[in-house]
Design a protein around this ligand. Structure first.
Ligand code: ZN
Length: 257
């Protein structure tokens, strides 16, 4: 049976307070606006390369992904295109991120693994889908719960002390500086992979680049696992699922003139 796409996407990520397709409910007691303001503070501190010629490429691909993703954003999580900020980050480790509130960063060290528009669309499609599904809020919530216990969590969300900072940073996937490399859960990764594949196809990029990127990147990790790989373990399940979703994604591609 083929479900209409809007229904399918709705099941996958209906604002994601619960994820009804799987019946998975989110522990989420951190608001998107709180997470966005914390993320903005971190983004501001990063060393950016405003004159890097690849910045225009990241912005162009990123904006087309955001436009495709916003059509599914019933919860109003993704800011309008004009509010998104893009940066090439002066960091040699291969990593990239999209933050709640509309901040996208691409480390200089990621470009060798993602030289084409299609490759960048794989990464940003996946990362923007994490934002759409509010996975950071959920990770921060889980991290605070583990660290503080349920009773202290209310205080912790109001008062972002050094003690709770670790949970916030790990939630953004920026934990390495604190020695916390928290992998996204399998369910988060599947949701972001599935939606990301559809968004990149809708935006006119080749979704075949997705399984190819993950296979190539996981092999390139070598004996020193990259931050992006540590937080996004690339395994056979990921590649197999991407191949399963491929026909659905290709059906979303814009018609050729
Ligand atoms: Zn991910």
């Amino acid at each position: 049976m083929r479900l209409p796409l809007c229904l399918l996407l709705g099941l996958l990520c209906a604002g994601c307070e619960t994820v009804p397709g799987t019946g998975r409910s989110q522990i989420n007691f951190v608001s998107n606006s709180e997470v966005a303001s914390m993320a903005a503070g971190e983004f501001a501190k990063m060393k950016k390369l405003p004159n890097d010629p690849r910045l225009a490429q990241v912005r162009r691909v990123g904006l087309s992904i955001v436009a495709a993703a916003r059509k599914e954003d019933r919860a109003g999580v993704l800011p309008p295109a004009a509010q998104w900020q893009f940066a090439v980050i002066d960091d040699k480790s291969p990593n990239a991120f999209a933050m709640p509130g509309g901040k996208i960063g691409f480390n200089v060290g990621m470009f060798p693994y993602a030289p084409t528009d299609d490759d960048i669309a794989v990464i940003l499609g996946h990362e923007v889908s994490h934002v759409l599904c509010q996975h950071s809020s959920e990770r921060i919530s889980q991290g605070l719960l583990v660290q503080m216990g349920a009773v202290a969590v209310d205080e912790a969300t109001k008062n972002k002390s050094a003690q709770t900072r670790q949970a916030w940073m790990a939630g953004f996937g920026l934990g390495s500086q604190f020695g916390v490399l928290l992998p996204f859960s399998r369910s988060h990764e599947s949701e972001a992979d599935h939606l990301g594949l559809i968004f990149m196809a809708r935006a006119g990029y080749n979704p075949e680049a997705a399984p190819a990127f993950w296979q190539r990147f996981s092999k390139a990790g070598g004996n020193k696992p990259a931050e992006f790989l540590s937080t996004h373990p690339a395994d056979e399940t990921r590649v197999r699922q991407l191949r399963q979703w491929m026909p659905e994604a290709k059906a979303q591609a814009p018609r050729q003139p």
